[in-house]
Ligand binder design. Structure first.
Ligand code: SAM
Length: 426
C-alpha cells in the first residue's frame, strides 16, 4: 500500500503550564455565547464520572474514556492529541478539506474533545466564531497552552438528544453472518439497531420530590428533540465520532437544519484498513495477527450490542444525500502504521500512528467488552488485558517485519466526507 504524500511536521507538544482557567459556556457568566447556544442538556453539575477498570468515563453509554482531572489522568487526552497531529499530517498541514471563504462566520465542532481542531481553526480563521461542544469536560487549558491561545466558545452539551433505547435481542444471529473485516464502510451493514417503541426526549435528571407532582394546567409544550441553535453555522465538523450516536439519520438531519444556506458539513474518521495478508499465503486459517483479528471482531460485535455501532459506515454518502446535502465529496489518505515507508516524513507519521494504534486497543475495547461483551460472552478486564498484550505484540512484530521488507506494510485508512446545504434551502 502506498501511504499519502509527506506532510509537514507538527511536533508532539508536551503538557505545559496552564494559563488562567476560562469559564465554560454553561457557567452562565458569559453573555457572548448566547448566540450560539443549543437548548442545553448538560451543566457541569450533571457530570458524574464513572470509574471502570482503571479508566474514567463521561456517561453510561459512550465507549471511550475521558480525561479525569482530579487525578491528572491525561492518557486519553494524549491519545487524541497524537491523533489530531496525524489527521493534520494526512491532510498535508491542512485542517479541513472544505474550501472555506475567509468570510466564514460561524464554525461548530461537534464532539470537540480536548478541542485541538477547534483551537487550530480559530487561529486560522480569526474572524470566525468557533464553537466546540462536548458532553464531557476536557483539559482545555492544556490544549490552549500547547496549541495556541484562541477565541473558541466551549459548550458542555450531550448532543444525543433523541435518547432512544435499542432492542438488541436478535443481533447475535445477524452478527454471525457479517464479515467485519471487509464490510466496515457499508451503510447499515446489518441494519441499524432496532429502535424501541419509546421515543424519550432527553431530559435533565430531576429527582426532587416536588417534580413528582404534575400540574397539567401548567405544562409547557416541550420542544421537538433537536439542538435548536439560535444562530446558523457555516461549517459543522465532526471528527472521530464513530460510536457516538445510535441513529445517524437524526444527526445529519439536525446538522442540515443547523447550517446556513450554502453551509458545509465535514466528517473525518479512520479505520485500520485491511489487515495485510502475507504475499504467499491467502489461506484464512493462516491469517497473520490472529489475536488482533479476534479482538477487532469482538469490538465490532460489542459495539452493535451497545446500540452504537463502530465502523466508518456512518460516513456513507447516502446518509448525506438523504439529509439533503449536495456537492458530496469523499477523500481517502492511507497512513502507514509503523516505520516501514521509504520516505522519512512518512516514517515519522507511521511511528506516531503505531503509538495511537497501541493506545487505542485498551481505550476502545475495555468498556465495550467488559460491559456488553461480544456475540458469545462478556469479558473480564484481566483476560482482555492479556489478549491486548498479545495483539500488541503481533502488531509490533508485523511492523518490524515490514521494516525489513519481509511482509507488506500496513496502513490505516483516513477518510473525509463533505457536503453542502443548498443555497436555496430554507
Ligand atoms: C474520539 S473523541 C474525538 C474528539 C475530537 N473530535 C478529535 O477528533 O480529537 C469523541 C468525542 O465525542 C464526544 N461525544 C461523544 N458522544 C457525544 C454526545 N452525544 N454529545 C457530545 N459529545 C459527544 C466525546 O466526549 C469525545 O470527547
Amino acid at each position: 500500500m502506498d501511504p499519502g504524500q509527506p506532510p509537514p511536521e507538527d511536533p508532539v507538544a508536551p503538557h505545559t503550564a496552564s494559563p488562567p482557567k476560562r469559564q465554560r459556556a454553561d457557567s452562565g457568566s458569559s453573555t457572548s455565547i448566547e448566540s450560539s447556544r443549543s437548548v442545553r442538556t448538560l451543566t457541569s453539575d450533571d457530570l458524574e464520572y464513572i470509574h471502570e477498570n482503571g479508566r474514567t468515563y463521561g456517561n453510561e453509554t459512550y465507549y471511550l474514556p475521558c480525561v479525569y482531572l482530579p487525578e491528572n489522568d491525561f492518557k486519553e487526552q494524549d491519545r487524541l492529541s497524537l491523533q489530531h497531529q496525524i489527521f493534520v499530517h494526512a491532510l498535508q498541514g491542512k485542517l479541513t478539506t472544505t474550501r472555506l471563504l475567509l468570510s466564514t462566520r460561524r464554525i461548530l465542532d461537534i464532539g470537540t474533545g480536548p478541542g485541538h481542531w477547534a483551537v487550530a481553526m480559530a487561529r486560522q480563521y480569526p474572524q470566525a466564531e468557533v464553537v466546540g461542544i462536548d458532553m464531557t469536560e476536557w483539559d482545555l487549558d492544556t490544549t490552549e497552552a500547547t496549541f495556541g491561545d484562541c477565541r473558541v466558545t466551549w459548550e458542555l452539551d450531550d448532543l444525543d438528544v433523541w435518547g432512544r433505547e435499542t432492542v438488541v435481542d436478535d443481533l447475535a444471529a445477524r452478527l454471525a453472518q457479517y464479515d467485519f473485516f471487509t464490510e466496515t464502510t457499508h451503510r447499515n451493514p446489518i441494519e441499524s439497531p432496532t429502535r424501541s417503541e419509546l421515543n424519550h426526549p432527553h431530559t435533565h435528571p430531576d429527582t426532587s420530590v416536588e417534580s413528582l407532582t404534575i400540574d397539567l394546567s401548567n405544562l409547557e409544550p416541550q420542544p421537538e428533540p433537536g439542538w435548536h441553535f439560535s444562530d446558523e453555522f457555516d461549517l459543522i465538523h465532526l471528527r472521530n465520532m464513530k460510536g457516538s450516536f445510535a441513529h445517524w439519520e437524526d444527526v445529519y438531519a439536525e446538522i442540515y437544519k443547523s447550517l446556513s444556506p450554502g453551509g458545509w458539513i465535514e466528517i473525518a474518521d479512520y479505520d485500520l484498513g485491511q489487515v495485510p495478508l502475507p504475499a504467499d499465503n491467502h489461506d484464512p486459517s493462516a491469517l497473520p495477527m490472529p489475536t488482533l483479528r479476534k479482538l477487532y471482531k469482538a469490538l465490532m460485535e460489542a459495539s452493535f450490542k451497545s446500540g452504537r455501532p463502530l465502523g466508518t459506515f456512518y460516513m456513507h454518502p447516502s446518509y448525506l444525500e438523504e439529509a439533503g446535502f449536495t456537492d458530496i465529496k469523499t477523500m481517502h489518505v492511507n497512513v502507514p502504521i509503523g516505520q516501514w515507508a521509504d520516505d522519512e516524513a512518512q516514517r515519522t507519521i507511521g511511528k506516531l500512528m503505531l503509538v495511537v494504534v497501541m493506545e487505542t486497543f485498551e481505550a476502545s475495547l475495555l468498556r465495550l467488552l467488559t460491559k456488553w461483551g461480544d456475540r458469545e460472552r462478556v469479558w473480564t478486564a484481566e483476560e482482555l488485558k492479556a489478549e491486548i498484550a498479545v495483539a500488541q505484540q503481533e502488531v509490533g512484530d508485523w511492523c518490524v517485519k515490514a521494516e525489513r521488507r519481509e511482509v507488506e506494510g500496513w496502513c490505516a485508512s483516513f477518510k473525509w466526507i463533505t457536503g453542502r446545504k443548498s443555497w436555496h434551502a430554507i
